[in-house]
Write a protein that binds this ligand. Structure first.
Ligand SMILES: [Zn+2]
Length: 187
């Protein structure tokens, strides 16, 4: 249960990040955040503790019963919108390229997918958004230490840095976005 994600929104209800139940409870218990219920009402910890745990809720066992795990926490004193920079990671490259080989458009599954340097590293190609693409093992081998042109291969599209917002990135990377999150993620 401690792995259930909780969405944090700032004072203006803009998404800030996703956190763990453990950290969410620290924020709620310490008064740094209020829990948002399904009707849009905010509750501090004592009030939240008194809410019944419903069938659809995830629950946290506490002394004398169970606590409803909040889906959304409101950071009442936090009014910044953190600047969001998409980090150049394998995971984000996979998301940008939709888990699809950018040469043959195959979707062979995670274990068969590599990160390919369009201009090979051995020829000065760098680790940048516009020089890295997802490719299947077969295309990777076929291409070898050549450019796509030299290998007679074509990229599905020109790789660029994704322009994700915080909300879009949360929606992409969280496996189970809850219904309660939708008003904040805009989808
Ligand atoms: Zn391929």
């Amino acid at each position: 249960m401690l792995n259930v994600p909780v969405l944090l929104v700032n004072r203006h209800y803009a998404p800030v990040s996703v956190t763990s139940v453990r950290r969410a409870m620290v924020l709620l218990f310490g008064g740094a955040a209020l829990a948002l219920d399904e009707s849009g009402n905010l509750h501090d910890f004592p009030a939240w503790r008194d809410l019944p745990v419903r069938e659809t809720d995830d629950r946290l066992p506490i002394i004398g019963g169970a606590l409803r795990i909040p889906r959304v926490l409101h950071l009442s004193r936090y009014d910044r919108t953190p600047r969001f920079g998409v980090r150049l990671t394998r995971r984000n490259l996979l998301l940008r390229d939709s888990y699809r080989c950018q040469y043959c458009s195959g979707e062979p599954g995670l274990r068969e997918l590599n990160v390919d340097h369009v201009l090979p590293r051995s020829r000065g190609g760098r680790d940048t958004w516009d020089n890295l693409v997802i490719s299947c093992r077969a295309c990777n081998l076929k291409k070898g230490k050549r450019t796509p042109d030299e290998a007679g291969m074509r990229l599905l599209r020109t790789p660029v840095k994704p322009g994700w917002s915080t909300a879009a990135h949360i929606a992409l990377t969280t496996r189970t976005p809850f219904l309660e999150w939708q008003p904040f993620l805009g989808s």
